[in-house]
Design a protein around this ligand. Structure first.
Ligand SMILES: Nc1nc2c(ncn2[C@@H]2O[C@H](COP(=O)(O)OP(=O)(O)OP(=O)(O)O)[C@@H](O)[C@H]2O)c(=O)[nH]1
Ligand SMILES: [Mg+2]
Length: 332
């Protein structure tokens, strides 16, 4: 299904049913008392976070969502039926805000998290409730209350422990496939990945953690170049950045330049991104000359926080898993 990470919808809870004006009419009871039943309550609109969805695509076509109205009360004290609550399943990571003011209403960060966004109108009371000593046959009942109508903006900001970033073709999707059961498309042309994928890594002796494959970044991504900025926001909610670099270049200085380009893009979009824990991973170590390029890179960077792998053949993957799992646990 197509990836959509923003949608505007209107939600409307159900109206309460009206209370009934009724009187008992039985054979030997000439003037029966009031017996109008109460109206049922209108249904609520409830948002529920689910891991089963990763797009807001359906809301392109589902713009107005309404819960059921409550039924009217009936004679013989029959209570109107309550309107059914309407549950809207949203992907984990959806931020819900007022459409006009952008004021945040709730942030669905946990699976199964619930939020009642519009409460159904109360049902009206039947005339039975209004009988008094002076008015034993009240000819009025309460009307049901209107439901609430709210225009909201849904914005999906993926949540993952680790986000894989890098230039197009660095091998990000290949790495996600190697580490998890996710099946993103892999191909030897740039911009194969058009939207983020999230997979779960199950290390042998540690807690599982989630990892997101993000579309490739290029120069001026922060200004909208390539797939650009629309995906940079998904990096905001990953705790650790895995910066993947193709080390198989002919010019050993290329990987360094590509590293700096990406760092510059992150900084230009939001400097806070650079405060995140970052792990540099050099990919395509199986290709000729990659190893010597890797040494050049490591010398220049003067850091040991670098892991060399081949996402294709599996070189270094176990070491990477252990390293990531350690970083994830440290940061919780
Ligand atoms: N030899 C070799 N090729 C690799 C390796 N990892 C990825 N590739 C190849 O590099 C090409 C790009 O891989 P992808 O995984 O699609 O790259 P990506 O970073 O997801 O690319 P975009 O989605 O376009 O940003 C594919 O042809 C892969 O088969 C590796 O470790 N070794
Ligand atoms: Mg890809």
């Amino acid at each position: 299904m197509k990836f959509v990470d923003e949608a505007f919808i209107t939600v409307q809870s159900g109206k309460g049913g009206n209370g009934c004006i009724g009187f008992r009419r039985e054979k030997y009871i000439p003037r029966g008392g009031p017996d109008g039943g109460d109206g049922g309550d209108g249904g609520d609109i409830i948002l529920v976070a689910t891991t089963q969805k990763n797009t807001l695509y359906e809301f392109r076509h589902r713009r107005h969502i309404k819960a059921e109205n409550g039924g009217d009360g009936k004679g013989s004290l029959k209570h109107g039926r309550n309107g059914k609550n309407l549950i809207i399943h949203l992907p984990v990571g959806t931020v819900v805000a007022h459409a006009e003011t952008n004021e945040i209403i709730c942030d669905l960060t946990e699976p199964n998290q619930e939020y009642v966004i519009a409460t159904g109108g109360k049902g009206g009371l039947g005339n039975k409730h209004f009988a008094t000593s002076t008015n034993q046959a009240p000819r009025f009942a309460q009307k049901g209350k209107e439901g609430e109508t709210l225009a909201i903006k849904l914005e999906l900001k993926l949540i993952a422990d680790v986000g894989i970033i890098g230039l197009p073709n660095a091998g990000k999707s290949t790495l996600l496939k190697m580490l998890t059961a996710a099946q993103p498309k892999v191909a030897d042309y740039p911009f194969t990945t058009l939207y983020p994928y999230v997979g779960v890594v199950y290390p042998e002796h540690a807690q599982p953690f989630s990892i997101a494959d993000l579309p490739g970044l290029i120069e001026d991504a922060h200004k909208g170049a390539g797939l650009g900025i629309q995906f940079l926001k998904h990096i905001e909610r990953t705790r650790i950045l895995l910066h993947l670099i193709d080390i198989s270049a002919i010019d050993p200085l290329d990987p360094l330049n590509s590293y700096e380009l990406i760092v510059h893009e992150l900084d230009a979009y939001n400097p806070a991104l650079l405060q995140k824990q970052q792990l540099i991973v050099l990919n395509k170590l199986d290709i000729l000359d990659a190893e010597s390029n890797a040494s050049v890179f490591i010398d220049h960077m003067k850091t040991t926080q670098v892991i060399s792998i081949s996402a294709l053949t599996g070189i270094g993957i176990d070491e990477l898993k252990t390293k990531l799992s350690g970083l994830v646990n440290e940061s919780t």
